[in-house]
Ligand binder design. Structure first.
Ligand SMILES: Cc1ncc(COP(=O)(O)O)c(C=O)c1O
Length: 371
């Protein structure tokens, strides 16, 4: 059989909401030989990944692991372990991913109290507290960086309120982790989860999650088994914890990728990485505004890693995006839900967040819109 790889894939400039581009170092790490999931070298790699994840989540939480599966698996894991049938939960919805959490929580038997805001707005802590005053609440779930709208929800200070009402705070950090500060311990978040394909700079496939002692206590005191076998943290922790008991076969190559991507985050340093995401976002915002394009989210709560820009009157969304791909090899995304056909979503995440990518995109858009 010939040695050369038959699969041919174009090298795209990925400036959508994820996946972001993957650095050659990470791609190279993925092509290392597959080890057994209990191989002594792989067990070392697992421990190092956990240490690296504690660094990016800024936590000492012992239960910090990459769930096998994408960000949605981590979302599901963050909900199914703490919800029992009949529990009342508050879910903040100001974009698409809040609605996904409502759907999941209801499937696990929760009574969902859904708090709604316009897509692009953020919640005030008073609004959340007013809902908590209405009755006992098991958990409050909220999205830190809403990828469907481009809005950054402030989290610092929210846990104090949530805990005063005896609830857990669950935060979706899929798009924020590695691009803006996520201070799990300082902000006293109980469950935070993410995905590998955004600001962490690995391919999609793992969902990092970190769980506080307070949340572990809730898990230990459940009256009913976790309704999802695969995502039951009390079983998964036996593999990622001290006993190293088989649960499922870990996706070995994906863990190599995550290892290398996190290693690169550490080499760059969190502060420098946040500054890089901010610098390139500002470069993009300035360029778009110079072209008289309007940004959907006000500067005060705009995400640096995902910019939403209003599609100008008379311009066809799909025509511009398909030209970007065909003529310039650049991927950006459209809006969905309430924002379908109204916005473009431009991601500058992880290895995609580079000055040359901003310049390329701005020039391409100028040429296309100028025509
Ligand atoms: C905020 C947010 N939460 C959850 C998800 C789901 O992650 P995945 O698509 O990796 O399953 C995404 C994906 O874009 C997201 O942006």
């Amino acid at each position: 059989m010939p040695d050369e790889v038959r699969l041919q894939v174009p090298e795209r400039i990925l400036l959508g909401p994820g996946p972001s581009m993957v650095h050659p170092r990470v791609r190279h790490a993925m092509s290392q030989p597959v080890l057994g999931h209990l191989d002594p070298r792989f067990l070392e790699i697992m421990s190092e990944i956990q240490e690296h994840l504690r660094y990016v989540f800024q936590t000492q939480n012992k239960m910090t692991i990459p769930v096998s599966g994408t960000g949605s698996a981590a979302m599901e894991c963050a909900l199914c372990n703490f919800i029992e049938p009949g529990d009342s939960v508050v879910i903040c919805v100001n974009g698409y991913f809040g609605t996904r959490m409502c759907d999941m929580a209801a499937r696990y038997g929760a009574t969902v109290r859904r708090l709604d805001k316009a897509w692009g707005d953020i919640f005030s802590f008073e609004e959340i507290e007013a809902e908590l005053q209405k009755g006992p609440t098991k958990l409050v779930a909220i999205v830190h960086a809403e990828t469907s709208t481009g809005a950054l929800q402030p989290i610092e200070g929210l846990a104090d309120i949530v805990h005063r009402y005896g609830a857990l705070l669950v935060v979706d950090c899929v798009t924020s982790l590695g691009g803006v500060p996520v201070k799990v311990d300082e902000w006293d978040i109980d469950v935070a989860y993410s995905g590998t394909q955004k600001c962490l700079g690995a391919p999609p496939g793992l969902g990092p999650i970190t769980v506080s002692e307070r949340a572990i206590e809730v898990l230990r005191n459940r009256k009913t088994p976790v309704a999802n076998w695969y995502l039951d943290l009390s079983s998964i922790e036996k593999y990622w914890g001290n006993t190293r008991t088989y649960h499922h076969t870990a996706p070995i190559s994906m863990n190599y990728a995550l290892y290398e991507a996190l290693q690169m985050v550490r080499e760059e340093g969190l502060e420098a990485r946040f500054a890089r995401h901010r610098r390139h976002a500002e470069m993009l915002w300035n360029g778009l505004e110079e072209m008289d394009l309007a940004l959907h989210v006000p500067l005060s709560h705009r995400l640096p890693m995902l910019t939403t820009v209003r599609i100008p009157e008379g311009v066809t969304d799909m025509e511009v995006r398909s030209r970007l791909i065909k003529e310039y090899n650049i991927e950006i995304a459209g809006g969905f839900g309430e924002l379908a056909g109204k916005i473009w979503r431009i991601g500058l995440m992880g290895y995609s967040s580079r000055a040359e990518n901003v310049t390329l995109l701005l020039n391409a858009l100028k040429e296309i819109l100028g025509r």
